[in-house]
Design a protein around this ligand. Structure first.
Ligand SMILES: NC(=O)c1ccc[n+]([C@@H]2O[C@H](COP(=O)([O-])OP(=O)(O)OC[C@H]3O[C@@H](n4cnc5c(N)ncnc54)[C@H](O)[C@@H]3O)[C@@H](O)[C@H]2O)c1
Ligand SMILES: O=P(O)(O)OC[C@H](O)CO
Length: 207
């Protein structure tokens, strides 16, 4: 088993990366990405799984869910999906990840699951701003519901074959709720908004 850290992903499109890993990874290896995000370059948007598939010539699955790391570390009940090109491939990875407190479902919509994991962070920023403004539950419900709808529309614009059902799985609605309740994007946006209310834009850090 060979693990890449997220710090290695920005290099994944380079020939250095390809030469280095193809020398070490067996031809019949299979890959799974745990990264939430995508690369948008001059050649257009690319999912992490697409980059791995293209550059390393490996079949690549993804694991995505409402999985705040500290909760998982405490072995609290969590769930995720593994999205793979086939159910057989998903079943291989499920054996690796599923535990008594971490339930893993299998999907065959890799692009849909990965787009969910990427786009939910934007909705979490908006919910953090709403919390920073001390609005109540109604406004947060609006942002989360409309956010999920826009996630689906945007994903389908880029990848027309993504499935509607994917957005109601753990990678979609589940991850959206977890991130909006306790993720770092939400926490950062709330703190930024509270600071803005006190200091105004001039008092905020430039980064
Ligand atoms: N922490 C969680 O609760 C959690 C849960 C589920 C999924 N994930 C996903 O796992 C991945 C890693 O999350 P993490 O919590 O380990 O994040 P982290 O912030 O702890 O680590 C990310 C690392 O990436 C590096 N990095 C960021 N941009 C870079 C760039 N352009 N070039 C080189 N290095 C860069 C940072 O320096 C950092 O070391 C993310 O895709 C995240 O969405 C995290
Ligand atoms: O801390 P965040 O906002 O990156 O969210 C962490 C995970 O993606 C939640 O599933």
């Amino acid at each position: 088993m060979y693990a890449l850290t997220s710090t290695q992903y920005p290099e994944v499109h380079t020939s250095h990366f390809r030469d280095f890993y193809t020398a070490q990874v067996k031809q019949d290896a299979i890959a799974i990405s745990l990264v939430k995000g995508m690369r948008v370059g001059r050649d257009g948007p690319q999912l992490i799984s697409q980059m791995i598939r293209k550059n390393l010539n490996l079949d690549c699955s993804v694991l995505i869910g409402g999985n705040v790391a500290s909760d998982l570390g405490n072995k609290e009940l969590s769930e995720a999906v593994i999205a793979s090109s086939s159910r057989e491939m998903g079943a291989i990875f499920r054996k690796l990840f599923q535990t008594s407190y971490f339930y893993v479902d299998i999907l065959q919509d890799v692009a849909g699951a990965e787009m969910c994991g990427t786009l939910k962070n934007i909705v979490a920023l908006a919910v953090g701003i709403v919390d920073g403004l001390d609005y109540g539950c109604n406004a947060k419900a609006v942002i989360m519901r409309q956010g999920l709808t826009e996630m689906r529309k945007f994903a389908k614009t880029l990848y027309p074959n993504v499935r509607n059902e994917t957005f109601f799985e753990s990678c979609g609605l589940g991850d959206l709720i977890a991130t909006c309740l306790g993720g770092r994007h939400h926490t950062t946006a709330e703190a930024w908004t509270r600071a803005w209310k006190v200091c105004g834009l001039g008092g905020l850090p430039k980064t």
